[in-house]
Write a protein that binds this ligand. Structure first.
Ligand SMILES: [Zn+2]
Ligand SMILES: [Zn+2]
Length: 253
């Protein structure tokens, strides 16, 4: 594939490597487009410090650094400036006000918490609650309906361990919304290589049967994680058995 839109940096406190190291790695692996989508800072209440994202005060430096590198590397690779954003009812509007003050090419939706990080729960924790599953799907749909997202990252992040028919009932709602809104679903390489619950066969076999579009995301938390699908043992088999078709991965613009 030629593009990856899911790249973190050391700024999010749980990744390693400078922006430059990710760019060098992408060039080496044959990418033509590299989108940075570090975890967006959030305008949380005074005193709440998120352990998984940069602070609001780092926005100017994040974007300035990427603008400079974009210019420096323009003959070798196209650099895009983005974020992985959580949608929340309380913080989304003030967040967009801040983000729009700086260069911004795109955002991907990564719904890690419901209803938000301050007052809610991490959706990657195991749950058998249909209510929590439904609420996760509702938040993803509400976020996508803003029309501001390029794609939905790890749509199957939620670790629901109840019955498959209940899981599919709600995840089908999500896929139908993505079809209506013409938004692709990401197959997350980081989750796969890390042995997480996502990406899962149940979701992706259903999603491909419904005709949703796919994009592959490295979700790189280290420069060496900027990789091609065939670099990850078992990943292309996962894609083919779930009929996930992908091409050059160029979806932007
Ligand atoms: Zn994520
Ligand atoms: Zn990510």
């Amino acid at each position: 594939m030629l593009a990856n839109y899911h790249t973190h940096t050391i700024r999010c406190k749980h990744a390693v490597g400078s922006e430059r190291e990710y760019i060098e790695s992408a060039i080496e692996k044959g990418f033509k487009v590299l989108g940075f989508s570090d975890h967006v800072p959030q305008p949380y209440p005074e005193g709440f410090v998120s352990p998984i994202r940069m602070d609001m005060s780092e926005l100017p430096d994040y974007t300035k650094t990427l603008c400079e590198l974009r210019d420096e590397y323009k003959d070798k690779i196209e650099i895009l400036i983005g974020y992985e954003v959580e949608y929340s009812r309380q913080y989304f509007e003030p967040l967009m006000k801040e983000l729009n003050k700086y260069p911004l090419d795109y955002m991907i939706l990564g719904q890690h918490h419901v209803p938000d990080e301050v007052s809610g729960r991490y959706v990657g924790f195991e749950t058998k609650s249909e209510e929590e599953l439904a609420e996760y799907v509702d938040f993803c749909i509400e976020g996508l309906e803003t029309g501001l997202f390029l794609y939905l990252a790890h749509p199957d992040l939620i670790k629901y361990t109840g019955p498959n028919d209940i899981y599919l009932k709600h995840m089908e709602r999500l896929v139908e919304a993505m079809l209506d809104l013409n938004i692709p679903a990401e197959v997350n390489m980081y989750g796969f290589s890390d042995g997480r619950n996502y990406p899962c066969d149940l979701f992706f076999s259903m999603a491909s049967s419904k005709g949703v579009k796919f994009v592959i995301g490295c979700d790189a938390h280290s420069p060496d994680a900027i990789r091609q699908p065939e670099d990850i043992p078992g990943f292309t088999e996962f894609l083919s058995r779930n009929k996930v078709v992908y091409g050059d991965n160029l979806i932007f613009g």
